[in-house]
Design a protein around this ligand. Structure first.
Ligand code: FEO
Ligand code: CA
Ligand code: CA
Ligand code: CA
Length: 655
């Protein structure tokens, strides 16, 4: 198939999998010697010596004392790896569908009718392709709370009848009428739902005052250093401070004060007019962001997605959005201080000094890992005290040295090479085109960074690197050591002094993924790992309340790894370190997203995204899908859904 003849689902994956980083980054020696002043470095050093450990010595001791043990951290019987139309969970557990695409979210939402769907109905119903899930307890409860859920993108060939995903782009676009596009736009964004434990399962609260849909049409505020910037102004927003909608919200996080960070990823796919982009004065920046990728035809009906008609609109996407789920009338805020790139997630924790640290991956081949440190401290007494905390702070990008050390490079206007001489006018400009700024600093090109999350018990940070087939033997480095990396790997980072704001860290590879029984794959799972326990393509991860690491994957299939995607437990301590075990398995075509736990560890929520998506060169459509999960009803296509997992008879999961 030629590129334009591939199904949308595959094209979308290629948006993430393309290469737009053509920079030739210098070595870190050059960066330090030539580009940072002595003052910049001294400030960094000072920061290390004055910051205290991010975790208490007692917790660190507890973690260390585990180190010599070969005992597993997880207690459950493994699921067999494989792939078919259904989902599976470990014996002794229940895995029930909680909410599906089209189910009622807002009070006055109509019943879902897939054949007569409208944009008005979709605007009130659960959106498509659920990705991140966060649990926000109500009244501190583990049995009653809000779920905040991202709707990343839409698979038109599975949502609407008669679309042939193997047809060329013109043909596929011609099938997408204005009303169908409007439905897609309403199926993007996010949902807030209220849920309550009931017996062994969970139920949705009807008529919840918190229930809310966010869509590609929800008005949002732009805050932080790029708000009001010249490059953020459009004909419909001459102040550069408000924007309509959020796009491609992939992973995210919940903050310590209970707001939802939802992260815009492949925003470039929604814009079109390549001809205009090539002639644009911003052509270099557009290219660095792979824009416009023309994956959707929204520009046909909405001028703002046409680069020629509204050249700055694209600068208003690619941000972390903060939403307060406890206030259904609150306006979502795009927090520009955290930079503009293809954000996967926003794993965060409170450093011992009280500042919030947010770890972030930029999910594209050869792109970077970032860290944001707030200027102010988290107000633990007053929730409202944190309402603008994320608007001020320092964004850093990671450089990995081959000797197992690493350094965080500050993305600050006026510091190092980030000056007018390099084309930057101010801090807003650095943040809008932060990929270009990070290139200049000599950041390390990674194998598609997805979730990056810290374990508050041990202080260790885990980075999922999903894959990078374009990595060649000439471009490998110690942190990305495999040429043609089809299966991905996981890096464990340890901040120096246990301080997540420190300028330096140590790192090592926890596991190289893929089938450990095939020598040329070069996977490095612990030999104790069973035939079902290894996986490829780590994407999301969860550190549970027991301090254990869980991995959700995106990219396994029968042809590639002999298994569907799913949720694997991964040992990080003692002699069991690097042992994987399969806990939950997706139906075919799906990836697993958003693993999330209640505070009492008795319930996990997982997002089954794009079930029945085409894979292994087999086209799957609304009319002839590879699975009709979860309804298995004739005429009903597969539906992305959130699944709730509990232990039969109750109790903590896998303990
Ligand atoms: Fe939307 Fe990086 O996965
Ligand atoms: Ca996804
Ligand atoms: Ca992802
Ligand atoms: Ca992915």
């Amino acid at each position: 198939m030629a590129l334009s003849d591939k199904p949308r689902s595959i094209l979308f994956e290629e948006v993430e999998d393309g290469v737009s980083n053509t920079s030739t980054n210098p070595t870190i020696g050059d960066v330090l010697a030539e580009r940072f002043s002595r003052r910049d470095l001294m400030q960094g050093m000072l920061a290390t010596t004055t910051m205290t450990a991010a975790v208490s010595p007692a917790l660190l001791m507890a973690a260390c004392s585990k180190d010599t043990s070969s005992t597993t951290q997880f207690n459950f019987s493994e699921v067999s790896a494989g792939a078919n139309e259904r989902h599976y969970v470990a014996d002794g557990y229940l895995a029930d569908v909680l909410i599906r695409w089209g189910d009622k979210v807002e009070r006055d939402a109509p019943e879902f009718d897939v054949k007569t769907q409208t944009a008005d109905a979709q605007a009130k119903q659960f959106g498509y392709n659920n990705d991140f899930i966060g649990f926000v307890p109500l009244g501190g409860s583990s049995n009653h709370g809000l779920l905040v859920i991202n709707h990343e993108y839409t698979n038109e060939e599975l949502m609407f009848s008669g679309i042939n995903p193997a047809a060329n782009k013109q043909k596929r676009f011609s099938e997408m009428s204005e009303e169908r596009v409007a439905i897609e736009m309403m199926a993007h964004g996010g949902s807030v739902i209220e849920v309550k434990r009931q017996g062994a399962g969970w139920k949705l609260i009807d008529d919840s005052i918190f229930a809310r849909r966010i869509t590609a049409s929800t008005e949002m505020e732009i805050t932080g250093p790029a708000a009001g910037h010249e490059k953020m102004k459009t004909s419909y927003d001459r102040d550069g401070r408000k924007v309509i909608g959020m796009l491609n919200n992939c992973a995210g996080a919940v903050t310590p004060w209970g707001t939802w960070l939802t992260c815009e990823e492949n925003f470039n796919g929604y814009f079109w007019n390549k001809k205009a982009a090539d002639k644009s004065p911003h052509a270099v920046a557009l290219k660095r962001y792979g824009a416009p990728a023309e994956r959707y035809n929204w520009g046909q009906y909405h001028d703002r997605f046409d680069i020629a008609k509204e050249p700055n609109e694209i600068n208003r996407f690619g941000w972390v959005v903060e939403i307060d789920p406890l206030d259904p009338n609150s306006k979502p805020k795009k927090r520009t201080a955290m930079g503009r790139f293809k954000h996967e997630g926003a794993g965060n924790l409170v450093n011992k000094d009280g500042r919030l640290v947010v770890y972030q991956g930029d999910d594209q081949r050869f792109d970077y890992i970032y860290r944001f440190v707030t200027k102010g401290k988290v107000d633990e007494a007053l929730r409202d005290g944190n309402k603008d905390l994320l608007d001020e702070g320092t964004l850093y990008v990671a450089h990995f040295n081959d000797d197992g050390s690493g350094i965080w490079l500050p993305l600050v206007f006026g510091s190092g090479p980030l000056t007018e001489a390099s084309g930057f006018s101010d801090q807003g400009d650095v943040l809008i085109n932060v990929r270009i700024a990070a290139d200049l600093l000599g950041a390390t090109k990674m194998d598609r960074p997805e979730d990056v999350r810290a374990n508050p018990r041990t202080g260790k940070v885990y980075c999922m690197l999903t894959k990078n087939k374009k990595r060649t033997e000439f471009s490998t480095n110690a942190a990305n050591p495999r040429a043609g990396n089809a299966f991905g790997h996981i890096i464990e980072m340890t901040p120096d002094g246990g301080d997540h704001t420190a300028p330096t860290f140590r790192w090592e590879i926890l596991v190289k993924c893929g089938d450990p029984n095939v020598a040329e794959v070069g996977a490095t799972f612990n030999p104790e790992t069973s035939a079902s326990g290894w996986f490829a393509n780590p994407d999301n991860c969860m550190i549970d309340n027991e301090g254990r690491l869980w991995i959700a994957t995106d990219g396994n299939s029968l042809a590639k790894t002999g298994r569907a995607d799913g949720l694997w437990a991964l040992e990080t301590e003692g002699t069991a370190r690097g042992t994987g075990r399969l806990f939950f398995r997706c139906p075919m075509g799906a990836e697993l997203c958003g693993p999330c736990t209640t505070p009492d560890s008795e319930t996990y929520f997982v997002a089954v995204q794009h079930p029945g998506q085409s894979e292994d060169n087999k086209v799957s459509t609304f009319d002839s899908p590879s699975t009709r999960w979860p309804d298995f009803q004739w005429g009903m296509p597969p539906r992305p859904s959130v699944v709730v997992i509990t232990k039969r008879g109750g109790g903590k999961i896998a303990v």
